[in-house]
Ligand binder design. Structure first.
Ligand code: PLP
Length: 496
């Protein structure tokens, strides 16, 4: 480089060539954009683009000709920035991870019926808190208050007196809120007995000891990490005891030299001492998981019909409904929780009631396989193998090697730690991209494909992909990897 050219490319000189923001906005280049978008939004986009150019100059990444070329395309770059700014950030993705209740991907997908109900109820007005018989004000939880206990009785096959008339239910935003609200309503200022083996962190920072402290209750730890007996609970009971709390360990398994009282034993202890027994159960599972080869799991249905005073569960885990927390239990306890002023801060909206009610009704109508999470759980590996083979054969790409391989799916959502289901996946290998680069490339497609990486390959487990989306997957892969004239390394840009 000549001395003159070197001086020309000095940052000082390059900065001087950048237009002022005001000048850009007043220029004809910005004119077209201002017709469509609010001025502040255009200004914001232009500011970002100019800031990026300043940064490139600062890093000595630009020369005069390079910068000039970029400035010629300034309007297009700002327009692209604007385009991104008005796209929704929350987008539908294809979950090919094989994790059915993947919390990061929104857990349980809703059934078609639930979606239709949401549409019906939310596109106009509804009787959310309105009694159509009397024409008077009503309460929003009447819609599920009887339905939840009824579903539990019917599915458990237990005589109705095990889920007595005095059983009620309440719905809040999520299971974490349900547990907190129950502790605050029933145990503030008193003591709650918990086994040391159950002082767990569920995920997302939900730690039982911290939640207990925040609820205003005092934690009374009993037993040891691996073994806790009924006698440990019994000897911790004092006049200050308000609750016995049992927690589903959710995301880990304790094996070996372990002991934990049965739910029945805790119920008996509670009854003898007139202390309610509350279980943070979590899974919302009403199915028999052993039918799918998953043993030894805590089950919401069993807990809620065992005679516990109160049980908290999630709506968007194995129940397959919307995000919510469900409390089922003795009516006097549910009433105290409902009267807590904090209940108002956790209440759910009509969309949640619409989806939850429809999901629960599917169980009563014998249509549980219309609930996607249930259908995915029940899908047999052979069906998945056939889909994987068809998909692997349909993709013709000079860059991608595709093959159907056996794998294991997991339920996820902290419901069945350590358990998995036999499944199949389409394994992808790219001639020029390593597995991580390929996975990243797949995430940038529209819709994004979220995959799993194992043994230097990208796996697409079709258990969590609706069968109707197989053709979309083929078309996406074909479009982005099928053409030999395309440079596979030119990732990103073409797929946005
Ligand atoms: C998942 C889970 C929670 C949290 O449920 P959210 O609905 O995500 O708030 C709480 N307790 C247990 C035992 C769980 O499994």
């Amino acid at each position: 480089m000549t001395v003159k050219a070197a001086m020309e490319n000095e940052p000082e000189n390059l900065y001087r060539r950048l237009p002022q923001l005001g000048a850009f906005l007043d220029s004809s280049a910005a004119g077209g954009l201002l017709e469509t978008f609010p001025r502040e939004l255009v200004a914001d986009a232009a500011r970002n683009v100019l800031l990026r150019l300043r940064k490139e100059i600062e890093e000595n990444a630009l020369t005069v000709p390079l910068l000039e070329r970029k400035l010629e395309r300034l309007k297009e770059t700002v327009a692209a920035e604007l385009h991104d700014a008005v796209q929704p950030s929350l987008r539908a993705v294809i979950n090919a991870t094989g994790v059915i209740l993947q919390t990061n991907l929104g857990r349980a997908p809703l059934s078609q019926a639930a979606l239709r109900r949401i549409h019906e109820v939310a596109s106009g007005y509804c009787n959310l808190e309105f009694d159509l018989d009397t024409g008077e004000r009503s309460k929003r939880d009447v819609h599920i208050e009887k339905l939840i206990p009824r579903v539990l009785t019917v599915l458990s096959g237990k005589p109705a007196d095990r889920v007595p008339e005095s059983t009620a239910a309440l719905v809040v935003n999520n299971c974490a809120a349900a547990t907190f609200l129950a502790l605050n309503s029933l145990a503030e200022g008193g003591e709650v007995i918990v086994s040391r083996g159950e002082l767990v962190e569920i995920g997302g920072g939900f730690r039982i000891p911290e939640i207990l402290r925040k609820s205003g209750a005092m934690l009374r730890e009993v037993g040891t990490t691996n073994r806790t007996r009924v006698a440990d609970y019994a000897s911790a009971i004092t006049p200050q005891t308000r609750l016995i709390l049992r927690v589903h360990r959710s995301n880990f398994r304790l094996e070996g030299f372990t002991e934990r009282p049965s739910i029945e034993a805790l119920i008996e202890l509670g009854a003898q001492n007139s202390i309610p027994v509350f279980e943070d159960q979590g899974t919302g599972c009403v199915a028999r998981l052993d039918a799918y080869g998953i043993q030894d799991e805590s089950c919401w249905l069993d807990s809620a019909t065992a005679g516990l005073s109160l049980v908290a569960s999630s709506g968007d885990k194995l129940l397959g409904g919307p995000q919510c927390g469900i409390l089922v239990g003795r009516r006097p306890l549910i009433d105290r929780i409902r009267e807590n002023p904090l209940y108002r801060t956790y209440r759910v909206d009509k969309l949640t009631y619409a989806a939850l009610e429809t999901t629960l009704l599917a169980y009563l109508n014998g249509k549980q396989e219309s609930i996607p999470a249930v259908a995915m759980l029940a899908m047999d590996a052979e069906t998945i193998r056939l889909r994987c083979e068809a998909l692997a054969a349909a993709v013709r790409s000079p860059f991608l090697k595709t093959e159907a391989v056996p794998t294991r799916s997991v339920v996820g959502g902290g419901t069945t730690p350590g358990a998995s289901l036999p499944s199949f996946a389409v394994a992808l290998q790219h001639t020029e991209l390593n597995e991580h680069a390929l996975a990243s490339r797949l995430r940038r497609l529209e819709p994004p494909i979220v995959s799993r990486v194992a043994n230097q390959r990208v796996l697409l487990d079709l258990r969590t992909v609706p069968a109707g989306k197989d053709a979309t997957l083929v078309a996406l892969l074909q479009k982005h990897f099928g053409d030999a004239s395309r440079n596979p390394a030119a990732a990103v840009q073409d797929s946005r």
